[in-house]
Design a protein. Sequence first.
Lengths: 157, 189
Amino acid sequence: MRYLKVLLNLILLSLLCFTLPKGAAYAQQSTPSADDVNRIARDLFCPVCDNVPLDECATPVCEQWRDLIRQQLAEGWSDEEIKDYFVAQYGDRVLGLPPRQGLHWLLYILPPLGVLIGAGLLLTKLRRTPQQEPTLIEEARDPYREQVERDLENLDG
Amino acid sequence: MMRQKSVSTGKTQIWRFVTIIMIIAGVVFTLAMIGLRLLTNDRSPIALGDRPQSFMLMAFSGESIDITDLQGKVVLINFWASWCTTCDDEAELLETAWIHYQATSPDEVVFLGVAYMDAEPASRAFLSEYGITYPNGPDLRGEISKKFQVTNVPETYLLDKDGVLHAIKIGSFLSLEQIYDMVDRALAQ
């Protein structure tokens, strides 16, 4: 009975160990770190430069956007909520990858589809092509080879 | 044996035909979609005399302003951002001009401010700092700036009473006279 109590206490303790520090860490994280901000910023792009990710951009607008991300993280927004907000505010152009909706689906579907069709055509072509490996019988029937062999025999004789 | 071979050849030919048709259909579909996209996403530059596409401005105050409702008035549309250093210079000028036209021709002139790629808290702080009272709102999804082909800020577009683009100002206004001159010319038309 005593062992059972000890075992139950150990289980409870281990459960607390798994849950408490995580909660405590969130509670302490009132000001998100630069890494937290960059985790989201690297998936967004500078709106006024060409192809510069938000986490690498030094323009005032990018600084402002990173501040906004920091503020939203501090308020408890999830990564997806923040990205959705930026898309709603500034359009798809802020995303590193086109959203999977509407015509953008073509960008995701067509390349693998092309590869599949190409592979299928190649496979069909290879299957249809007859394999023409020289056999021993064919080699033996080669008239030139036979002539050479005969001449060699005559020389030996 | 011969019959089997001819059936097999027939099947192969059908498959080949179906594959070719599918590839052609795929290519035609893709080209059609790209063409449609290009047509709907016209990026040709806007010029004087053009009639810009209509848009809605959801102002920070909560009101929604439909540009088509402003026909019959001269409309000044100013694209700005709080991170833009030269926008500071003209903010006060625009507000002064707005107050002037509110007093002189209240039913004939409308000013609209569009915050371009700006974070909303920063936009609100900017408007508060410069005491801007004319309607301002965010450029949601970049739709308004796309219609005017805005590439940088500040940029100002002036529509005449018929909704036709009357004047464009790239860069900031340096004096009140520049604003009065632009608006008065449109009013005099």
